[in-house]
Design a protein around this ligand. Structure first.
Ligand SMILES: Cc1cc2nc3c(=O)[nH]c(=O)nc-3n(C[C@H](O)[C@H](O)[C@H](O)COP(=O)(O)OP(=O)(O)OC[C@H]3O[C@@H](n4cnc5c(N)ncnc54)[C@H](O)[C@@H]3O)c2cc1C
Length: 444
């Protein structure tokens, strides 16, 4: 079995979750000759692609624009793959305009310094809302909507996330090595005397056993191990509307605009669809569940867990979220936000947030045989071409030096209200999903 000091190649690996973290890990295992005799199973509660997983959507921003230099460097490596041999048909290099009008300007400044250090030369500093409006082709530009300062990095872009996930699944299938199982994992297979995990029990009571279990269940990970004070699931609103071919042509090649202060962003339209979303503090959905690490079924914990269109096919996002997205669109492209053209589809997409925005990629400190790969914190997708290789490095005890502190299991659990975040989140704080539904006169 694996340990962080000496590494024995496991004879079987079970990956829970076929999102970006899980699927990329399965791909890395298939490509690495060390694992040629290892059996690989991936289990997901949904058939692929998992429509309420955070890795499956019309678009995700691909950027090296980070305030933290290690992520800027890793994203640069990933982006070179997007440009060349990793699903390049799903990657669009239209640029990213990163802006702010409040304290989030610090993140923008640090990010600018990092991309300048990397040596990117397609950068223009923008000193006013008017400059931002010019670069992004906005119909209107006001400080509080599009930000008052920022920069455009024309080397950034976005990818069709669902298309890229399907592309990667095809690549994995070509190896004919991975057994994909569609079933919800009910509980990990703990041995509380030996403190080991040896696979998972599915909802029908059957078991999937493995030497090494990699938990990559995204925002649902907190239902399978106790992540209180380490990860929390936050719901982010996403709104879509159809637009005409002429409207699309006018802005499709413009940069993504992301204003960190109001947390709202617009990804250029594609295939007749425009998307507005919020990269904010999100909604919490406190849910009381049996303690995932307890033998006593009466012992419970309360954690925020995803509530999605799979949980509730009639789910409509809270009115405040729809209003915020519409107000943003109205402030930057008024002609697209007229009352006769409402958003036709909405979604709550769930981040797996950590206290500082770092991923959690590490062995579980207590249970031998359990490795955790989660904590995407709203920015994990762009690493799809490389995150599986990074996860394997960590599995083998070779965590890259610059991520050792960032990706490890924290020494202590910190109350969520004290989390500092990574400085990239603005917008409303402390929203509870059920309360917002109630305010919207919707039912939870
Ligand atoms: C609205 C939104 C916008 C984002 N924008 C960006 C962006 O622009 N750029 C960027 O880089 N990143 C972005 N992200 C973040 C990025 O999408 C995530 O970090 C990344 O997709 C996380 O991947 P994952 O594999 O951890 O989770 P997921 O993709 O959610 O995968 C987890 C999988 O586990 C499965 N699962 C859960 N529980 C169980 C169970 N009990 N049994 C079996 N299977 C289970 C789920 O069905 C799911 O398929 C965004 C995220 C959201 C929500």
């Amino acid at each position: 079995m694996a340990s962080t000091t000496s590494f024995d190649v496991p004879s079987s690996v079970l990956i829970v979750g076929s999102g970006a973290f899980g699927l990329s890990t399965a791909w890395a295992l298939c490509r690495n000759p060390q694992y040629r005799n290892t059996s690989i199973t991936v289990v997901d509660r949904n058939s692929f692609p998992s429509t309420d997983g955070s890795s499956v959507d019309s678009s995700r921003i691909i950027r090296p624009d980070y305030a933290a230099a290690p992520y800027a460097r890793l994203a640069t490596i990933a982006q070179n793959r997007w440009r060349t041999d990793f699903a390049p048909e799903h990657y669009h290099e239209t640029g990213l305009c990163l802006t702010a009008s409040g304290p989030e300007q610090r993140y923008v400044g640090d990010s600018l310094a990092n991309v300048q250090n990397i040596g990117l030369d397609k950068i223009e500093v923008l000193d006013s809302a008017q400059d931002i409006g010019r670069v992004c082709g906005l119909g209107r530009s006001e400080d509080d909507a599009c930000g008052s300062t920022g920069y455009v990095n024309r080397s950034s872009g976005w990818a069709d996330a669902e298309g890229a996930m399907v592309w990667l699944r095809n690549e994995v299938d070509k190896f004919n090595r991975v057994d994909f199982v569609v079933a919800p994992v009910k509980k990990l297979l703990f041995d509380f005397e030996k403190n080991t995990v040896s696979g998972a029990t599915l909802s029908d009571g059957s078991e999937l056993r493995a030497d090494l279990t990699i938990l990559a269940a995204g925002a649902w990970s907190a239902s399978l191990i106790d992540l209180r004070g380490i990860c929390k699931s936050t719901g982010q609103v996403v709104c879509y509307k159809p637009i005409s071919a002429e409207e699309e042509a006018a802005i499709a090649s413009r940069p993504v605009i992301l204003n960190l202060s109001n947390a709202l962003f617009m990804i250029p339209p594609s295939r007749g669809k425009l998307k507005i979303a919020r990269h904010g503090h999100g909604y919490l959905n406190p849910t009381t569940i049996p303690h995932p690490e307890s033998q006593d079924p009466k012992e419970t914990i309360t954690v925020s867990l995803p509530y999605t269109h799979v949980t509730d096919p009639n789910l409509i996002i809270p009115a405040e979220g729809r209003r915020a997205c519409n107000a943003f669109l109205h402030s930057i492209h008024p002609s697209l936000a007229v009352p006769s053209r409402p958003f036709t589809t909405t979604r709550i997409c769930w981040y797996t947030d950590t206290r500082d925005g770092d991923f959690l990629i590490t062995y579980h400190p207590k249970y031998k045989g359990l490795f955790v790969a989660t904590g995407g914190s709203g920015h994990g997708f762009k690493f799809l071409p490389v995150i599986g290789d990074s996860i394997l490095e960590c599995v083998e005890g070779r965590t890259p030096e610059e991520f050792k502190e960032r990706w490890r299991w924290p020494e202590e659990r910190v109350p969520e209200e004290l989390w500092a975040g990574d400085g990239s989140r603005g917008g409303p704080v402390g929203m509870i999903l059920e309360e917002e539904f109630r305010k919207s006169e919707s039912k939870l």
